[in-house]
Write a protein that binds this ligand. Structure first.
Ligand SMILES: [Mg+2]
Length: 418
């Protein structure tokens, strides 16, 4: 069976995220970068601002250019959300660079057709382009971002097709049409041909893919080794490199060590509880940013004598609410503090992650709905002013105990997601 590879690229990713964060920027020329332009809005492109251009040159061409530094964390969240949406449409998804993805859609239309019991679906809606249009609409509706998509029989063809689809389009190269499609691309457009290789090829009079076809396979092999062989295949659309599924997030962990605290000579459980609340707050914020729910809460402690304790519990319903998780985590902590040895590390893990089901909203009572709105508001304030802008619940016990800043309390050995 012919392979059908989909390449997805987010249009003007970093600049678009800035426009989503600050709607006043929509429709205006925006560039993201320090020193050089890392990303620019299409309004900026229309004014002659290009990626990799020095910012002073960009400002000269477009004096009203709005320049932002960008927010790496926010972009990562958007990237994960787009990846999550692509995964709903394709069984195998590879998250590539900052803003592009490959998906293997080989055999997918058949499956979609079988699942589409809806007799009203037309043949057109079952084609891969129909799937691409649905994907584009889903990304637009759920993130506000625009994507360009390329379809072809290999990664190279799909990727180059995307360049023809920018911005917002879908370009499909039909099986058998690969060589005609590739012929006129400049050689440096082929993935794997960098400036050095392109310069070498130019010296021997090769600037387009069509001209590259004439170069002997053995010569490419001698000049570039195994990579030369790869180039020979790629420029003919014959590369068979697979799409490798990028693992999805399985758990979110936060932990830190600290100087053991005592109250009147015995363990300060208030401090431990506050630390746990703070770590859990960070983990559950990330959970919400990833648009996931957790079904399992695990708490661990390490004692000053090296002993390690771990407890976990499965929730009746998956949740992304900090307060619901904290009730369980607090009970687990109490169980772990039976030993009369001081604790020097606390950690929490949210696991058995799953995307929310569409019907779930209706299952919450009024209290649940209000709580969800509350956490959404907390997340929005933090996205704007930093995590430290709000201290939630029992984490307030850390106030005055640990140095705090815009991005929250400064932990001694903070850990990232496992
Ligand atoms: Mg892009």
């Amino acid at each position: 069976m012919d392979r059908r590879i989909l390449h997805v690229d987010i249009d003007a990713f970093l600049a678009s995220v800035e426009q989503l964060r600050d709607p006043a920027l929509i429709g205006r020329p925006v560039a993201v970068g320090t020193g050089v332009v890392a990303s620019r809005s299409y309004e900026a492109k229309a004014r002659g601002v290009h990626t990799a251009m020095p910012l002073h040159e960009a400002r000269r061409r477009c004096p009203e250019l709005i320049v932002r530094e960008g927010d790496a964390r926010l972009c990562e969240r958007y990237r994960q959300r787009v990846a999550e949406i692509v995964r709903r449409f394709a069984p195998v998804v590879e998250v590539c660079s900052l803003d592009d993805f490959y998906a293997d859609l080989t055999g997918v239309p058949l499956r979609v057709e079988q699942e589409l019991e809806d007799a009203t679906a037309t043949a057109g809606e079952r084609s891969l382009q129909g799937l691409c249009r649905q994907l584009r609409a889903a990304v637009r509706a759920e993130t506000g971002l625009s994507i360009a998509q390329g379809l072809g029989s290999s990664r190279t063809v799909a990727r180059l097709a995307t360049t023809k689809a920018k911005p917002g389009g879908i370009c499909e190269v039909a099986p058998g049409g690969e060589t005609t499609f590739l012929a006129d691309f400049p050689v440096e457009a082929v993935p794997g041909i960098g400036p050095k290789t392109a310069a070498w090829l130019q010296q021997v009079g090769v600037t387009t893919v069509q001209q590259l076809w004439v170069v002997d396979r053995e010569l490419l092999r001698q000049s570039f080794g195994a990579r030369g062989d790869e180039l020979w295949l790629r420029c003919r659309g014959l590369d068979d490199a697979p799409v490798r599924a990028t693992p999805t997030l399985h758990s979110i962990s936060r932990e830190t060590s600290f100087e053991p605290r005592t109250d009147f000579g015995s363990q300060s459980t208030a401090f431990l509880r506050a630390m746990l609340a703070y770590l859990l707050d960070r983990a559950s914020s990330e959970l919400r940013a990833q648009r996931l729910l957790a079904r399992t809460v695990q708490v661990r402690v390490r004692h000053t004598d090296g002993g390690l304790g771990e407890r976990s519990r499965t929730l009746g319903e998956p949740t992304d609410r900090t307060d619901v998780c904290m009730v369980v985590a607090g009970e687990l902590l109490d169980e772990l503090l039976q030993r009369r040895v001081l604790v020097r590390l606390v950690g929490v893990t949210l696991a058995s992650l799953q995307p929310p089901r569409a019907v779930q909203g209706s299952l919450f009572g009024d209290d649940g709905k209000a709580r969800h709105q509350l956490f959404a508001a907390v997340d929005a304030v933090r996205a704007r002013h930093g995590f430290g802008a709000l201290v939630v619940g029992a984490a307030a016990g850390l106030l005055g105990q640990l140095p705090a800043g815009k991005h929250g309390f400064r932990l001694r050995t903070p850990s990232l997601t496992k």
